[in-house]
Design a protein around this ligand. Structure first.
Ligand code: ACM
Length: 487
C-alpha cells in the first residue's frame, strides 16, 4: 500500500451507486470506476484514488468485491451505517494505491447452529460481517446431538422432533445446571437457499455439515430405528452422546438421502459429514466400522461430483482419497493429514476455537477451553504445504444463545484471524494492535457487539452459566491422548 499526501473529497452517493451498479452487471462510472483485469489473481485487486475518482481493478468479481470492502474501510466509519448517512454529502478518501491479494484460498469460519439455533437474519448478518473481513467460507454445522436444523423431504420427524429440546444446559457440563426452557428451530429449504444466495453475493461458499455417524442423538430421537436401541429425547446436556447411528444398510440409505438433499441445496464442492468424536460402545466392531462408513459416504458424494469434508478423526483407518480434512485436535493432525497426502483446513482448537475464553478475567462469559487471546489468534500459522488450503476459526455455540453473544466471542478475534489468513506470513501484532482501534470504530458503526479491548463489560458476565476453564498443559495432554491413533 502506498499512501500519498492528502485526501480527496468524493460524492458518497456515487461511491455507493458504483458498487450497486457493479452488482447489477454494469461498470461503475463517475467517482467510482470498476473493471476486471484477468491478469490479476482471481481474488486480488488494485485500488487507487486520484483526485476526482476511485478506481478498483479486480482479478474477478471476487477481487472487485474485496476492493470494495477495502474502500469501505477507507471511508469514515459513518459510511458503514445506513446508506442515508453516507449519501448525506461528500466523503473524504485518502489518496493511495493498494495492490492486494489473499495468501490462502480458504479463509473460513464455522458457525454451530445446532447447539443454539440462529434465525436466518442472524446468519445473514454473520455473513455480512465475515465478508467485510474478506472471509470466503462459512462452514455451517447443521446437526448435532442437541438439535437437527435442516428440513429433509420424507423425514418430517427430523424437524418436528429433532429440532427441539426441552431445556439446555446452563454453563459447563461439570456444573450440571439446566435452564428449564425449551429451545429449538430449523431451516426450511427456502431458508437455506436464501443463506446460500446471500453468501454467494458476498463471495462466500457455504460448506454444509451434517455430522455422522456420531453426534446424531437428535436424529435418533426422531427415528429410533437409526440407532442402537436408544429411545430417549434430543440431548439437553452438552458433551458427546454415546448414542450413535447403527450402520445397517437402511441407515446408510438415510444418510445418502440426507446428503442428496444437502447437495441439492448447497452448490459447494465440499460437503461436510463431520465424523468427529464418535463413540463406538454401541457397535459390535470398532473404529474400522467408521472408516468403512466414511468411505461409503465419500463414494456417494463422488458420484454426485462432490468431495467429502470431515474432521481429522477420518484420518484413522485412512481417509477416502480426495477428501479434505478439517484438522482440529491441536496442531498435529494438520501435519498428519499433509503427510498422508490430503488437502487440509487447519483449525486447531487451541489456536482457533473462538468459544475458548478470551482472557482470565472472571467476568468473561462462561469461560471454557484454554486461554485464547487476540494475540494468540493473530499469531497462528498453519503448516507450510501446498496441501494446506487455509484455516478456519470455529464458533461452537453451547454457551452462545444469541448472535450478540456470538459477536462478543468472534470479534475482534476474527479480525485478527482474517488478517492472518489474508496477509503475509510475517506479521507484527504490535502493528495490528495499533491499527485495531480504528477498525473497532467501524465495528461500532456496524453495531457489532465485540469484546472491548479493556475487557468484558459488567453485563457480559454470565454468573448463571459458570464455565470450566482449562490450562493449556492439561488440554495438550488430553489432545495427545485423543490423537494417539494418528501416530
Ligand atoms: C469438534 O470440535 N468436535 C470438531
Amino acid at each position: 500500500m502506498v499512501f500519498e499526501e492528502g485526501s480527496v473529497r468524493l460524492d458518497g452517493a456515487a461511491l455507493l451507486d458504483g458498487a450497486a451498479a457493479w452488482a447489477r452487471g454494469e461498470a461503475g462510472s463517475g467517482d467510482l470506476r470498476l473493471r476486471l483485469d484477468p491478469a490479476l489473481p482471481p481474488e486480488g485487486y488494485e485500488l487507487s484514488t486520484v483526485p476526482g475518482h476511485v478506481e478498483i481493478t479486480g482479478g474477478s468479481d471476487a477481487g472487485i468485491f474485496y476492493g470494495l470492502q477495502t474502500l469501505r474501510q477507507l471511508l469514515p466509519p459513518a459510511a458503514l451505517r445506513h446508506p442515508s448517512s453516507l449519501t448525506a454529502g461528500p466523503v473524504e478518501v485518502p489518496i493511495l494505491r493498494i495492490s492486494d491479494a489473499p495468501r490462502f484460498a480458504w479463509r473460513g469460519v464455522l458457525l454451530d447452529v445446532a447447539r443454539h439455533f440462529m434465525p436466518v437474519p442472524d446468519v445473514l448478518r454473520f455473513l455480512d460481517l465475515a465478508a467485510f473481513h474478506k472471509l470466503n467460507v462459512l462452514h455451517l454445522h447443521l446437526t448435532d446431538d442437541q438439535g437437527w436444523r435442516i428440513e429433509v423431504p420424507g423425514w418430517p420427524r427430523l424437524t418436528s422432533v429433532g429440532a427441539w429440546r426441552t431445556e439446555s444446559m446452563l454453563g459447563a457440563r461439570v456444573h450440571e445446571r439446566y435452564d428449564g426452557r425449551p429451545h429449538g428451530g430449523f431451516y426450511t429449504t427456502d431458508d437455506l437457499r436464501q443463506i446460500v444466495a446471500h453468501a454467494a453475493q458476498r463471495h462466500i461458499t457455504v460448506v454444509p455439515e451434517v455430522d455422522m455417524p456420531g453426534h446424531m442423538q437428535a436424529a435418533i430421537a426422531a427415528y429410533p430405528e437409526l440407532g442402537n436401541g436408544f429411545t430417549g429425547p434430543v440431548r439437553t446436556a452438552w458433551g458427546i452422546s454415546s448414542h450413535v447411528l447403527n450402520l445397517e444398510p437402511s441407515t446408510l440409505d438415510f444418510c445418502r438421502q440426507v446428503l442428496d438433499h444437502v447437495c441439492d441445496i448447497f452448490p459447494s464442492e465440499l460437503i461436510g459429514i463431520g465424523g468427529d468424536e464418535c463413540p463406538t460402545d454401541e457397535w459390535p466392531g470398532g473404529r474400522e466400522l467408521q472408516a468403512r462408513f466414511t468411505a461409503e459416504m465419500a463414494a456417494h458424494l463422488a458420484a454426485r461430483g462432490r468431495r467429502l469434508y470431515g474432521w481429522d478423526e477420518i484420518l484413522a483407518g485412512g481417509a477416502p482419497e480426495g477428501s479434505v480434512v478439517a484438522a482440529w485436535r491441536g496442531v498435529e493432525p494438520a501435519e498428519v493429514a499433509v503427510r498422508a497426502g490430503h488437502q487440509v483446513v487447519a483449525c486447531p482448537d487451541v489456536k482457533l476455537y473462538l468459544d475458548y475464553r478470551q482472557s482470565d478475567d472472571p467476568a468473561e462469559p462462561t469461560p471454557v477451553g484454554t486461554l485464547l487471546t487476540i494475540e494468540d489468534v493473530y499469531a497462528y500459522e498453519p503448516p507450510q504445504s501446498d496441501l494446506v488450503l487455509g484455516a478456519q476459526a470455529n464458533i461452537w455455540t453451547e454457551h452462545m444463545e444469541s448472535l450478540r453473544r456470538v459477536e462478543y466471542m468472534a470479534y475482534p478475534r476474527l479480525c485478527a484471524f482474517a488478517e492472518a489468513v489474508w496477509g503475509p506470513a510475517q506479521r507484527d501484532f504490535a502493528d495490528f494492535a495499533t491499527r485495531l482501534p480504528a477498525h473497532l470504530a467501524r465495528l461500532d458503526a456496524l453495531g457489532v457487539n465485540y469484546r472491548p479491548l479493556s475487557g468484558p463489560r459488567p453485563w457480559d458476565a454470565r454468573p448463571d452459566a459458570p464455565g470450566n476453564p482449562r490450562t493449556l498443559t492439561d488440554r495438550l495432554a488430553e489432545l495427545h491422548e485423543m490423537t494417539a491413533d494418528l501416530r
